[in-house]
Design a protein around this ligand. Structure first.
Ligand SMILES: C[S@@+](CC[C@H](N)C(=O)[O-])C[C@H]1O[C@@H](n2cnc3c(N)ncnc32)[C@H](O)[C@@H]1O
Length: 217
């Protein structure tokens, strides 16, 4: 089964548009200069984010978990002229690489970078809101708070994407779910929160590590 998944992933990657030059240079720089490069989105996941953003044509995007800025650049590809992105990251040591590649992508003026714990940033009142698309890909401890902030700050009909909602299959593991403080339980509560939310309609896509796509009603 794993072999089939690897093969279909590879086949899908070969038959999907490629990442551009700036993104492949950023991928290389991320692997050369960071301690957890595997946190980077795959090329195909980046193309997925770009495609979703191009379908929505957002004015304003909010991202939780900038890392080196790969997904930020992919999401920016769908912005309308004059559109903007707010992106939140706890690790300010990533600032140099982010600035370098946002500049290379011609995006420095439209990306506002916020450093600190995402929970503190959203509680600070510094973010303007009015988002059309929110992408959550930061810590897994406070995702319900991030989802609630997104729902309050999305425009009606706005879109929410949440990554890693299958948690490597752990959400299906009864042993792990029996421990309320396990990652699996936390993510399971998040998925229940989303599917039962009166202000959301959603699809949990069983691709990669699972992606929730939700629309604010
Ligand atoms: C999986 S990576 C993001 C990957 C990126 N979105 C991409 O696709 O290339 C998660 C990022 O969230 C950041 N992070 C973790 N906890 C955070 C928190 N509480 N507040 C803000 N950022 C956080 C990490 O430092 C890391 O850079």
């Amino acid at each position: 089964m794993a072999h089939f998944e690897d093969a279909t992933n590879e086949y899908s990657a070969v038959h999907s548009s490629s990442e551009n030059n700036v993104l492949s240079q950023l991928r290389r720089a991320t692997w050369l200069s960071t301690t957890k490069p595997q946190m980077l989105s795959d090329p195909i996941q980046g193309r997925f984010l770009s495609m979703i953003s191009k379908m929505i044509r957002p004015n304003r995007i909010l991202e939780f978990g900038t890392f080196t800025g790969y997904s930020t650049i992919c999401l920016a590809e769908g912005l309308v002229d004059g559109g903007e992105i707010d992106t939140l990251e706890i690790n300010d040591e990533l600032e140099d690489i982010q600035i370098k590649y946002f500049k290379e992508a011609g995006l420095n003026d439209i990306i506002s970078r916020y450093y600190g714990h995402a929970l503190e940033i959203i509680e600070s009142g510094d973010l303007k809101g009015g988002y059309d698309l929110v992408w959550i890909d930061a810590d897994k401890e406070h995702q319900i708070e991030y989802v609630e902030f997104a729902i309050k700050n999305l425009n009606p009909g706005g879109w929410l994407l949440v990554d890693n909602v299958i948690w490597g299959g752990a959400v299906l593991d009864k042993m792990k779910l029996s421990r309320p403080d396990s990652g699996a339980s936390r993510i399971h509560r998040l998925n229940q929160h989303i599917v039962n939310h009166e202000k959301l309609e959603n699809v949990l896509l069983p691709v990669w590590d699972g992606v929730q796509i939700a629309r604010k009603i």
